[in-house]
Design a protein around this ligand. Structure first.
Ligand SMILES: [Zn+2]
Length: 54
């Protein structure tokens, strides 16, 4: 099960939740050579995002 993490976009300030791989899934993805997709803002598609909504 992927973890749902809250992010806030540093570009447009929009808040969103994204599913990220947990450590076990990350290791498996690396072993399978799957790409680890970077988190990006759903509004402006900026990848300059920060954990948390505070
Ligand atoms: Zn944004």
């Amino acid at each position: 099960m992927p973890d749902k993490i809250r992010f806030r976009c540093l570009n447009c300030g929009s808040r969103f939740e994204a599913e990220v791989l947990n450590d076990v899934e990350k290791r498996e993805a690396q072993r399978e050579c799957l790409p680890l997709s970077p988190i990006s803002c759903p509004e402006c598609h900026h990848t300059d995002v920060r954990h948390g909504w505070d």
